[in-house]
Design a protein around this ligand. Structure first.
Ligand SMILES: Cc1cc2nc3c(=O)[nH]c(=O)nc-3n(C[C@H](O)[C@H](O)[C@H](O)COP(=O)(O)O)c2cc1C
Length: 173
């Protein structure tokens, strides 16, 4: 899809059809995430693909009971890997760059999902400890975001944004 059309047509979706996500599409989505920039090209994040129904239900409960997570046939979980970034960047890598790396990769995935004609919503309301238990994640990883993925079963609304004059300052605050 043409880039401007893509960013204008992407909206958060919270109602999904049960149809499975095609493996070719999933691969292209993961490749898009993998092409995201990262600090020092270290890619200080991990991606977990979850299809299992029981796990999706448990994840939904670990995300404040947001039921659409169990409804979508697939969930992509993005974890920051502080150790990987700290090796080169110390404290800044540990507390900032790894989170940004994971978030940027998830953003790329979000756009790729829209480009594949699928839908998602960024879920950030995560109970970190519960998520780590359910996924058997290594202790040092930090859950950053979850993307439920599937075909939309609703027509999403578009949400107004701040005006540029309010958001953008020139030269100084
Ligand atoms: C960091 C972050 C956390 C979010 N957490 C949630 C969430 O837990 N549940 C949810 O339904 N939406 C969540 N959202 C989605 C936002 O509500 C949504 O992106 C915003 O309202 C703008 O709508 P749009 O994505 O359709 O443009 C989150 C988005 C971001 C970026």
């Amino acid at each position: 899809m043409e880039f401007r059309k893509l960013i204008e047509s992407r909206h958060s979706v919270r109602e999904f059809k049960p149809e499975q996500v095609d493996e070719t599409k999933l691969k292209r989505i993961l490749e898009a995430a993998n092409s995201a920039p990262s600090a020092g090209n270290l890619q200080a994040y991990e991606i977990l693909v979850v299809k299992d129904e029981g796990k999706r239900k448990a994840l939904s409960e670990a995300c404040m009971g947001q039921e659409f997570i169990a409804q979508a046939p697939l969930a992509l979980l993005f974890f920051a890997n502080p150790e990987r970034s700290a090796r080169k960047y110390g404290e800044r890598g540990k507390t900032l760059y790894c989170i940004l790396d994971a978030a940027i990769a998830a953003s790329y995935a979000q756009l790729a999902i829209a480009d594949e004609g699928l839908s998602t919503v960024w879920v950030g309301a995560l109970n970190d400890e519960e998520i780590k238990k359910i996924t058997n994640a290594p202790a040092h990883l930090v859950p950053v975001g979850l993307l439920p993925v599937g075909k939309a079963d609703e027509k999403p609304e578009s949400h107004a944004r701040r005006e540029l004059f309010d958001l953008v300052k020139h030269e100084q605050f």
